[in-house]
Design a protein around this ligand. Structure first.
Ligand code: PHE
Ligand code: ZN
Length: 852
């Protein structure tokens, strides 16, 4: 490992020694020899100790020349930047000028300035700007930027408003002070789809989505989503856009989903490009969400940014919460909430239960790129949802207004954020703040006692130790709760119980009959609820609860209990369960999207997680077998109903990605998927043959693969789509994801030999290697072939793109759940990954934490 692997601590924060009044950058673009000239007007920071050296970050830069106030200076960069001694600096403000050379063509890490399919683009969050020029590359240094780009490429873009254009050059001016991580530049042969939008303040804004020629017919949906996002942020948060132009660029090689650079968002092309025939309904939904997310960052992230990277959730948790609200408003709040909770559990609870657990606001890191996690994003959003529940909707809006009024243009902390809620709601939230500091998923136990018409509920909370945090304090946990009579009528509408100590008792009297307790409605807190209920009670909630999340959850708990019993003592799904599923499946009063979610069994990793939480060692093979058996039973018992649903849920007329049709397709495919376990895939094959959209084509092929069929359809799919990169990612992924456990590693290995397996492209790498890691029974094959293949490829990718490799390495994060043999095999692979002298800081930190 490199010796730069020193942790950085939140407690060590120091304000910057110098602030920046203005930045001017000139880029002379060339693949191997790009020159960057920077002119930076520095002034001593009045809030910092005087007389400090000037320290500039810089990595991989060739310094050509430097001067201060026009006088040449000699600077000797080290591995991480350069320093100018205080004694050599003028008193007061001065201008630093430097020229550096960089080579975007060889930049496979996709951080800084790099090339993707002949186009230049940048990625600067979190610390990529230091790969472009020498700079105090930290978010609390904000400055207006002026940028000149020199290149013969036709489209030259940067942040802010256009400020001039001539043959071979373009200039951009961004008047809003911003941290360096929001800098962006794009140059290439691109074509735009354009619309105009007038803000509520009367500003006329040009909206462009830039893509490679040929892709322009796949940009309509994203552009429409952008307009709706802009309108929504005005209507719901009172926030208008603040430049004359908003550019989005799609690039094929991108480490993450997308990036909120001021006025110039850069997107992984999979989250922009969509047409009905190439994109699934989930792709459309992801595009809508991520377009909104990056747009919403303009206020929550850009106008108000983070003081330091420990505060990352200040912008990410809040922006995820906002994109969740937006999606609920655009589609269905009930369905969106269920999907968000499923993602939270699948990714964040998993993280919180293992060696990578960390607080929403971490206290130290080695490589900040390793902390763009489900905890910072998704749990961070849950904390805001809880805050809103605790203070009420009106005070939530008041707190946000105060946040924007008080902190516009600043780089802030979680303390600033909590303070606006305390001030707006007049409430002390110091206990609530522990949610930001304490890692781990609290377990809440609910015990019921029923006597003489009185219901007594005892609530307990406990959080298990996590790495570096052996002792946990009690949290303030809002538990939304209602009571339902056995006949389904609601006896008590939702109340918010505030659990703030290890144990509390709540009493409910004057009840006509023993009620069924509907707890944690809407998933009011990110906790694991232990609440023993009979199957009969769960069936009542599934059938009648007024809270749609609680209905879903009741069905989920039924399924989970049955699967646990099947896995542990070979039980069979009983008739009550099958009858409950039949009722949900055939209830026409229910939204098809909701019915599709109820029908879907918990996944294999979710079952491993819940078995582990219940004190068992999960056996991936047993889980896989039991789950298939349950699907088979459902298919046999419900065949006529499933077949009818497949027929009923057609979507006649031209394809529309709207929520209504998407929900119908989801239910149709869910039903055909279950049915395939009894009919050998006949219905799925028919759907595939008739499909005029990717959702049904791909969904039906996946259903076939899952029952060991689909070879012919796969060949046809390949013939039809081999020219489309994004669809080919699906082709790669599906074959691994739905492979029989004993074949998954072999299939993945064969796919890595395929001519189209471009492993340096993060989407393609994840489609094969990430998909193997997400196939529990395939990845955890007893002979270790899955582990070996993944480790081999992570080692290879680490040499080219450490950030991407470190992210995919989280497929190993659950390793301590499993038996000793599997643990020994995984430990050997993790050690092999770590014991290389060239192991990156990114990977070194991840593997080090996993090994613990
Ligand atoms: N800030 C981006 C987002 O959440 C994510 C991102 C982080 C992208 C780091 C690239 C690099 O919208
Ligand atoms: Zn974000």
């Amino acid at each position: 490992m490199r010796d730069t692997a020193q942790p950085i601590y939140l407690a060590d924060y120091q304000p910057p020694a110098f602030l920046i009044e203005q930045v001017e950058l000139t880029f002379r673009l060339a693949p191997k020899t790009t020159r960057v000239v920077s002119q930076i007007r520095f002034a001593p920071n009045p809030a910092a100790a005087p007389g400090q050296d000037l320290r500039l970050d810089g990595e991989g830069l060739t310094l050509i020349a430097a001067s201060i106030d026009g006088a040449h200076v000699t600077a000797t960069p080290d591995a991480t930047g350069l320093s100018m001694a205080a004694a050599t600096l003028p008193d007061g403000p001065f201008t630093w000028e430097a020229e550096v050379e960089i080579a975007p063509e060889g930049n496979t890490a996709l951080e800084g300035l790099y090339m993707s399919n002949g186009m230049y683009c940048t990625q600067c969050e979190a610390e990529g700007f230091r790969k472009i020029t020498f700079y105090p590359d930290r978010p609390d240094v904000m400055a207006p930027f002026r940028v000149r780009i020199e290149s013969d490429l036709p489209v030259l873009l940067s942040n802010g408003n256009p400020a001039g254009r001539g043959p071979g050059w373009a200039e951009w001016d961004d008047p809003h002070p911003k941290p360096s991580y929001l800098f962006a530049l794009v140059a290439g042969e691109l074509t735009a789809r354009t619309v105009r939008f007038t803000t509520m303040e009367g500003r006329d804004v040009t909206l462009n989505i830039w893509v490679r020629p040929g892709d322009e017919d796949k940009t309509a949906y994203a552009l429409d989503a952008l307009k709706r996002s802009m309108l929504w942020d005005e209507q719901v948060y009172g926030r208008a856009y603040d430049l004359d132009i908003f550019n989005i660029v799609a690039v094929d090689d991108f480490n993450m989903g997308a990036m909120e650079n001021k006025g110039l968002n850069i997107f992984n092309s999979r989250y922009v490009l969509a047409s009905g025939v190439t994109a699934t309904d989930s792709d459309f939904a992801a595009i809508e969400r991520i377009i909104a997310h990056e747009y919403f960052h303009n206020w929550t992230g850009n106008r108000i940014t983070c003081r330091d990277w420990f505060q990352l959730s200040l912008k990410e948790g809040l922006t995820v919460f906002r994109d969740q609200q937006f999606m609920g408003d655009m589609r269905s709040h009930a369905v969106k909430r269920i999907e968000d909770v499923l993602t939270l559990r699948a990714r964040q609870f998993r993280e919180d239960a293992g060696p990578l657990a960390h607080p929403v606001r971490p206290e130290s890191y080695v490589e900040i790129n390793n902390f763009y996690t489900a905890t910072v994003y998704e749990k961070g959003a849950e904390l805001i949802r809880m805050l809103r529940l605790l203070v009420g909707d009106a005070q939530y809006r008041g707190a946000l207004d105060l946040y924007f009024a008080r902190h516009d243009g600043q780089a802030c902390t979680i303390e600033d954020w909590i303070a606006v809620f305390e001030d707006a709601a007049g409430r002390d939230l110091s206990q609530f703040k522990r949610w930001y500091e304490q890692a781990g998923t609290p377990k809440v136990t609910l015990l019921e006692d029923w006597q003489d018409g009185k219901l007594t509920l005892t609530l307990r909370q406990h959080t298990a130790p996590t790495p570096g945090q052996p002792l946990k304090e009690p949290l303030l946990i809002p538990v939304a709760l209602g009571l339902i009579a056995p006949d389904g009528t609601e006896l008590l509408p939702t109340q918010i119980l505030e659990l703030d100590s290890p144990e509390q008792v709540f009493r409910f009297s004057d009840l006509p009959t023993k009620p069924v307790v509907s707890a944690l409605r809407g998933f009011s807190a990110p906790v694991q609820l232990a609440h023993a209920q009979s199957s009969a009670e769960r069936a009542i909630l599934l059938g009648h609860d007024t809270d749609p999340f609680a209905r879903f959850e009741a069905g989920r708990n039924l399924a989970r209990d049955i699967l646990h019993a099947m896995i542990r003592d070979g039980a069979r799904p009983g008739p009550e369960y099958l009858e409950a599923m039949r009722l949900a499946l055939t209830d026409h009063a229910l939204d098809p999207a909701f019915r599709a979610l109820v029908l879907r069994l918990p996944g294999e990793d979710e079952l491993a997680q819940s078995l582990h939480a219940a004190g068992h060692t999960p056996d991936p093979d047993a889980i896989h077998t039991a789950r298939r058996l349950a699907l088979r039973r459902m298919a046999d018992a419900l065949a006529p109903d499933l077949a009818r649903v497949v027929e009923d849920m057609d979507t006649p007329g031209p394809f529309s990605p709207d929520a209504r049709d998407a929900g119908r397709r989801a239910l149709r495919l869910a039903a055909a998927g279950v049915l395939a376990h009894a009919d050998g895939g006949a219905k799925a094959r028919a759907i595939f043959a008739q499909a005029d959209n990717m959702t049904e084509q791909f969904g039906a092929w996946s259903a076939l693969l899952a029952v060991g069929a689909g070879a012919e359809e796969g060949a046809q799919f390949h013939r039809q789509w081999q020219g489309d990169r994004l669809v080919m990612d699906k082709w790669f992924a599906a074959q691994v994801m739905h492979a029989a456990p004993e074949r998954a590693a072999k299939i993945a290995a064969a796919l890595t030999d395929h001519a189209a397996f471009d492993w340096k492209n993060p989407n393609r790498f994840r489609a094969v290697i990430g998909s193997l890691g997400a196939h529990p029974a395939g990845f955890h094959r007893k002979d270790g072939a899955g582990y070996r293949l993944v480790a081999d490829w992570l080692i290879r990718l680490d040499g080219a793109n450490p950030q991407a490799a470190a992210r995919v390495s989280t497929v190993f994060e659950t390793w301590r759940r499993y038996d000793h043999e599997r643990q020994a095999l995984i430990r050997a692979e993790l050690t092999r990954m770590q014991d290389r002298p060239e192991c990156s800081r990114d990977m070194g930190e991840m593997v080090g934490r996993m090994l613990g």
